[in-house]
Design a protein around this ligand. Sequence first.
Ligand code: KIV
Ligand code: ZN
Length: 539
Amino acid sequence: MSNPPSPDRILIFDTTLRDGEQSPGATLNVEEKLVIAKQLARLGVDIIEAGFPFASPGDFEAVQKIAREVGTDTGPTICGLARATKGDIERAGEAIKPAAKGRIHTFIATSDIHMQYKLRKSREEVLAIAPEMVAYAKTFTHDVEFSPEDAGRSDPEFLYQVLEAAIAAGATTVNIPDTVGYLTPSEFGDLIRGIKANVPNIDQAVISVHGHNDLGLAVANFLEAVKAGARQLECTINGIGERAGNAALEELVMAMHVRRAFYNPFLGRSPESEEPLTNIDTRQIYKTSRLVSNLTGMFVQPNKAIVGANAFAHESGIHQDGVLKNKLTYEIMDAQSIGLTDNQIVLGKHSGRNAFRTRLQELGYELDDQALNRAFLRFKELADKKKEITDWDIESIVNDETRQSPEYFHLDLVQVSCGDSAKPTATVTIRTPDGQELMDAAIGTGPVDAVYKAINRVVDIPNQLIEFSVQSVTEGIDALGEVTIRIRHEDRVFAGHAANTDIVVASAHAYLHALNRLYTALQTGQAIHPQRETVTASL
Ligand code: KIV
Ligand code: ZN
């Protein structure tokens, strides 16, 4: 058994690669998912929900690869999502097979509104399907999680019956989702207490919670659920996910870290116990947040708790004065506890390959020889333009190198002329998928607009730019600028990201990155959505 029915700490189930990837535009390719999964393992999550294998061959491949490369004996449990159908469960079972510890997470909706309009099934039918599919999943792995989707709006008496049947059929974890982010903290706590009191075999399964942030209450709801007996939290890095997102891993973990004395008694410990409540290495939090933000193109708002750029910044004079005298006057946690370094100046123009590789290792990055060579070249180019290279610059270069979207369109040249008395004009040369080198030029309202128009003349795929942001990686006029963009094509959103000391060049690369992702999606067809697609497959 991988999880005892009642663990003596809180299990962290990370669903960044499944629910998080359901955020519009957050689509990741297989290699990017693998990089994130490896970092999640370093972070110390207990379970990685690596994807929905039935959705597409790409999803299947990602889950299988993560199971093989990250799901080692000492690594996390690797989980695949499956609707309550044989077809989904078989695909999930196959994908998680290489993992030392593999889990199938199967779900079916139990709220009247979902059963009537989405599933078109009666309560009796759902009550029969849930245990039947749990039992089927058990033929692939002993570790089976069952979720009654939209539990937060389900009739509690019916919910108790479904949970009892799922546990009797072998579910080792029962997950309680607030799918639409509707509940308040006290209601969520009561829901968990009700389940503990009314499901006779509940002590044979771990109680898990899953919730969305539509009312901004997901983290508060989970913390209330912990007090009521939940022992597994389903969360995502930076809180990304469907609509307003999921409960944010970093907020949950740091709340329980900073307020350990408050939460200890709910786990039967004395308030003074120093034993961590989770297995998370908090010093990996910041790095994981930056990696996920960079690879998904999901920007982290500056005032975001724990990982936002302003989370440890003190602007007002009174605060600054207090912090200088004693940090604890205005800080409840240390920036270093989430892995924020002092942004040391570490390398310069004369640093060699070895120094670069050593610093990468110290920062926890493992690059293969090819990626290391590319990153070192980028580092040298940057060192020619920028006197002092910091950890954050290195991280930005490495994240750029890790982003491995297939490059159907490659930018060979971008050149811009602009000024207050000139019409912004851009010329681009692009290598197309059939190997042609095409050059074109355009005039725009500004340099970036001109570049995008010139690119559009070569890459003729209609789209609408819906978000464009530039952020500097470090302080100073010579800082790297990171550009994140999102484009819409029909009803799908694609993100692009790039960094360069020249923000016009970064903008051009970010746009091509998004266009390459859009082109890939057009080539490979559309993946199905686990929660919106009706379950029509035969049971
Ligand atoms: O929000 C939800 O209900 C889900 C389920 C698949 C657990 O994501
Ligand atoms: Zn969800």
